[in-house]
Ligand binder design. Sequence first.
Ligand SMILES: Cc1ncc(COP(=O)(O)O)c(C=O)c1O
Ligand SMILES: N[C@@H](CCCC[NH3+])C(=O)O
Length: 435
Amino acid sequence: MEVFNLPDNVQKNQAGHLQIGGVDSIELAQKYGTPVIAYDTSVIKQEIAAFKKTFLNAGIKHRIVYASKAFSSLAMYRLLSEDDVGCDVVSGGELYAALKGGMDPEMIEFHGNNKTPAELEYAVQENIGCIVVDNFYEIELLDEICSAQNKKVSVVLRVAPGIEAETHKYISTGQSNSKFGFDLDSGQAKKALTMLLDADNLEVLGVHCHIGSQIFAVAGFEMAAVKMVQLLKQWKDEFNFDAQVLNLGGGFGIKYNEDDHPLGPAQFVKTIVQTVQAEAQKNDLMLPEIWIEPGRSLVGEAATTLYTTGSTKKVPGICNFIAVDGGMGDNIRPALYGAKYTAFLAAAPNARTTQKATIVGKYCESGDVLVADQDLPEVHPEDILAIPSTGAYGYSMASNYNRNGRPAVVFCENGHSQLVLKRETYADMLHLEVE
Ligand SMILES: Cc1ncc(COP(=O)(O)O)c(C=O)c1O
Ligand SMILES: N[C@@H](CCCC[NH3+])C(=O)O
């Protein structure tokens, strides 16, 4: 069989080991234990810089709003703040973490299809930048909360633009039957705008749409941009409404394995910007500030998860299982979406492959498969196995299933590593028990 075909961003050191942010992966595994999710933070910074450069080259006022749900940690919020990147939150918990991480409240927007009264009260109390209103119930509730706190808040109106993104149906959000936002085609969005314009305590900053996640084609973003600018033109004519912000969401696809060929985040933004500029000019509309909400594309490719291998099971003529010390508790994506990853030996990323094997976790579920049927070299117990592109929606969707603790997370850059999230201990998992 062939020498293993490594993903492009995999770097090796002189010892031939995988290195992450200039740190030897075998040393990381020894120092922090496994499973460990190791981020090369320079990759996150490069992605941010690429987005910014595209906007700056076009001379467009913009804001990058990181979607916290992809990976939320205090260290991540600190990194974002240093780079003038804002964040979105979708729960009181994410808001609490963002504030604790030092995020400027003004740079925070609050999303969600069912924000609770307590969450809205908290957001208003903390004077966050804006609330992305999602439904009629929320408009009334928010107006009452603002009135009770004697405050005015900025809101952005989330529109479901009626666009089907080419992605897994669980993560497609722009279509008319989505649970998110006000449907455009049936007139709900217009009704929401009239309610917002009438509300005493709400200031409408602009409009928002998000068509889905892990999207490779630019066509959906182009369609969304055209539809949204045309909508703003209608609302300018009908209500003399001037949007200051047009938020076109996130969803830019990344590379998980050799079959994925994403365009690169900057290319998506270039298309979005050019489409908005052209459509605004055509409609003689003042150009709003453009906001984007990348989650996965900022952090996904930046991290690699390191596991230690344990038992193996060979069923002659059927399959070879190699089990690792993590699994669906630190990466639910293969089980939930059929997401495909690639694994390789951290000590010998290019080792000649000799077998087809399925990497499984240690959870009590047959669906606990991390990588199915991949060419691999001989693997022995206690080897360190690396799975790249695990920086988004891995830790943030992690669980304590079977009372396995969540993994440690480290940030690596320029040959240094730093623990940012401790490994969850047995005692941590009993933290909420009432004894
Ligand atoms: C409203 C909103 N914005 C941004 C994102 C981030 O998406 P992604 O991680 O695909 O960039 C999501 C998730 O799909 C979302 O629901
Ligand atoms: N959790 C999803 C993405 C969710 C998108 C949120 N709207 C994933 O892992 O791909």
